[in-house]
Write a protein that binds this ligand. Structure first.
Ligand code: AVJ
Length: 336
């Protein structure tokens, strides 16, 4: 079915939905962990989507990563918000409603709403229905703002029921945390083009982007001595064993990263120390000694690279706040 058709289906919209102004359910296709593990283990080189890292345990590991001194993105982005609160609020302008891609962190959205002038509402989007509804209900109960929820994939184009939030408000898209670095540049372009279609003319978009930097800083952030990132990535192995009934030797694998240049990118791997195999549903997938499976990636942008990505979208960079000491950017985009 075409994305637009799914969005237009009236059955998808419930309003009100508990404490929420609405729930728009675009019924994103459920991911198939078993299928993707088979496919990723059969591929050359072996790979798996980073989305499988974020089960309950994985989300707790990532939560812990964001509190480590060595993991700079979370605190750097927070300082940019705090240090430039007034300027960011003024540049966004009054009377907007926020639409967030991946409704992950209530602290971030509260920080954003606190610096906005006369915010009119908040709509969170996420693929995980239960997690989304729970989070948005809790948020609505804490604030007096109209809150809506959209259960969708990053690739869906939603027709947002803006009248249920505020017919007068223009949208502000919000995609913090440099999560855009988790997907390929092509996928990032598609997401931003879809966002322009979803949010309409006169929209703005606030994007958190991690910038290219000293590789030693990256190594410390993504392979720190405390070993939490290693636990986070290696946690995919007990998931494959316990949820899918695979047989594998967890001790036969270690965590490894590569830092690539031009453009700068961290690749995160599960690496077989010695030759080993993973058996799943009667199939055996062999690993040679040193063979690795890519589990995640984190793209770092230059401002030039970011602008050439934006050139493939209706968005232009209108204001940019940068942490020079630890290069990271908050960019306000316009599509006027
Ligand atoms: C949530 C994708 C922004 O790439 O920095 C952190 C994920 N992986 N450490 C990032 C992650 C390993 C994180 N993002």
């Amino acid at each position: 079915m075409h994305e637009q058709d799914r969005a237009a289906s009236p059955a998808a919209l419930s309003s009100p939905y508990g404490d929420l102004a609405f729930l728009l359910d675009l019924d994103p296709p459920a991911s198939d962990f078993r299928h993707d593990v088979h496919e990723g283990l059969a591929a050359t080189p072996k790979r798996l989507s980073p989305m499988y890292l974020y089960d309950e345990r994985g989300s707790l590991f990532f939560q812990k990563i964001t509190t480590l001194e060595t993991y700079y993105p979370t605190r750097t982005e927070r300082s940019l918000f705090e240090d430039n609160a007034r300027a960011i609020g003024e540049a966004i302008g009054p009377g907007r409603a926020v639409f967030e891609y991946g409704a992950g962190s209530p602290e971030k959205i509260e920080l954003l709403l606190s610096l906005m002038q006369d915010p009119r509402g908040y709509v969170g989007m996420d693929i995980s229905r239960e997690f989304l509804i729970e989070g948005m209900q809790a948020f609505a109960a804490r604030t007096g703002l109209p809150v809506g929820a959209v259960c969708a994939d990053f690739n869906d184009i939603a027709t947002l029921p803006k009248d249920l939030i505020d017919p007068e408000a223009a949208w502000l898209g919000f995609f913090p945390g440099s999560t855009i670095g988790n997907i390929s540049t092509d996928a990032a372009g598609a997401l931003l083009r879809n966002a322009a279609a979803t949010l309409g003319r006169g929209a703005a978009f606030l994007l958190g982007v991690d910038l290219e930097k000293d590789p030693d800083v990256l190594r410390l952030a993504y392979d720190e001595p405390a070993g939490v990132t290693a636990e986070f990535i290696l946690n995919i192995l007990p998931r494959i064993r316990d949820e899918l009934g695979a047989s594998l030797d967890i001790g036969a694998f270690k965590y490894e990263i590569d830092i690539r240049d031009n453009p700068q990118r961290i690749e995160m791997y599960v690496t077989a120390v010695d030759a080993t195999e993973i058996r799943l549903d009667g199939r055996a997938y062999g690993f040679d000694a040193g063979e690795r499976m890519q589990i995640s990636r984190s793209q770092k942008y230059s401002l030039e690279g970011l602008d050439s990505l934006l050139d493939s979208t209706p968005w232009r960079r209108e204001r940019t706040w940068i942490d020079e000491a630890c290069p990271y950017a908050l960019c306000l985009l316009g599509n006027g």
